[in-house]
Design a protein around this ligand. Structure first.
Ligand code: SF4
Length: 373
């Protein structure tokens, strides 16, 4: 890209810093959100993406299970939760029902089970321990990426254990890593307004710190496109970056688009595609120490996720197979993709698909799995 265009976009200094390996600061972050030239921003983000990963675009063969949507919290953006068992739409799977979700995929070479839940006030810790043990009995080879830091904090308070004790108990039962959900926006102003009754940013980050010390890897998310400011987005990224400097345990940063249907923030519009591309590009540039930036295709929509592969993104999550949280909030993306479909959409976008496991070990390409009748 011509230097004059980068100058006109207010991005020349940032591009030069990155070229020289100098870390971006908060003011640079604000400029990434202020520049009118989205394509210039994308060009710089793509340069950083290709330095790290070339054309490779990662995905995994996973299944999501949301074992209960009963939740005592009242996040305004949430369309998934129901306050009490018995409320319309509330559900809690029995252990057998949850295990059946995995048994039903016995013919699939899955590498990951991803579990997130509501904060159920009445389930015993043994429910979660047995859930994990059962998954491992059914598929000892599968990686269990389960329970957000918000859930871990809730368990600790409910069962009167420390956060570390909860993590150790769950690891003993088979937990392999933590997903990044629950981060929302770290700024207290926003948390007070949209998710005042779940764990705060410091505890979220502290739980990831402990998990990393105990040898687990995790991801970190950011819910964008609602009431947060550019300053609060940058602050969020800098807090994640600071913890990563300490531990190195985050594998991916995952911006999550706010979806407004069926929740208490339904008067707000969903974020635009251009905002989605900008957030992913800014994340790639600010988070110099987190290896992967993921576009969760369920949340962004497939076409925007494909475009994001030229705006800093190198990972598209996975096959997913069943998803309630975003679809209850109005997502119109499919609920499931086959590995072949993911490979195809990555190739159509001009990138090279690479199947990975949860820890980013590369899985050699295999013959397509036929759907069961
Ligand atoms: S986002 Fe999570 S913690 Fe908040 S209400 Fe929904 S399920 Fe509960």
């Amino acid at each position: 890209m011509r230097p004059e265009r980068l100058s006109r976009a207010g991005l020349a200094t940032i591009a030069n810093k990155l070229e020289a390996g100098v870390r971006l600061d908060a003011d640079d972050g604000l400029q990434l959100f202020a520049t009118p030239d989205l394509l210039a921003l994308g060009w710089i983000a793509n340069r950083e993406r290709e330095r790290r990963h070339g054309a490779h675009t990662y995905f995994n063969y996973n299944i999501r299970i949301e074992a209960t949507n009963v939740c005592v919290a009242s996040c305004l953006f949430c369309s998934f939760a129901r306050l009490k068992p018995g409320d319309e739409g509330a559900y809690t799977m029995s252990l057998e029902q949850a295990w059946d979700k995995l048994r039903a995929r016995a013919h699939q070479p899955l590498t990951e089970v991803h579990v997130v839940n509501g904060l159920h006030p009445d389930l015993p810790l043994d429910y979660y321990r047995e859930l994990l043990r059962g998954f491992k009995r059914i598929r000892p080879d599968v990686h269990l990426k389960c329970f957000t830091a918000v859930e871990i904090a809730f368990f600790a308070d409910l069962y009167r254990l420390s956060d570390e004790q909860v993590l150790r108990e769950l690891m003993d039962a088979g937990l392999d890593s933590l997903p990044g959900g629950g981060a929302e926006i770290f700024a207290p102003r926003v948390r007070r307004k949209i998710c005042h009754d779940k764990c705060d940013a410091d505890r979220y980050l502290s739980i990831h710190r402990i998990a990393h010390r105990l040898g687990m890897r995790s991801n970190v998310t950011m819910l964008y496109g609602h009431i947060e400011t550019a300053e609060e987005r940058v602050d969020h990224m800098l807090r994640a970056r600071a913890l990563q400097d300490e531990t190195g345990g985050f594998q991916a940063f995952i911006p999550l688009a706010f979806h407004p249907d069926n929740n208490q923030m339904r008067k707000l519009p969903a974020p635009s595609a251009t905002d989605t591309l900008r957030v992913h590009a800014a994340a790639r540039l600010m988070l110099d120490n987190i290896p992967h930036v993921k576009a969760f295709w369920i949340a962004t929509g497939v076409e925007v996720a494909q475009t994001a592969l030229w705006f800093g993104v190198d990972d598209l999550d996975g096959t997913v197979q069943e998803e309630r949280i975003y679809h209850m909030a109005g997502a119109t993306s499919p609920e499931s993709m086959t590995p072949d479909a993911l490979r195809r959409l990555i190739r159509i976008a001009g990138r090279e698909p690479v199947e990975r496991d949860t820890l980013y070990n590369v899985i050699p390409e295999r013959a397509p799995v036929r759907a069961r009748a």
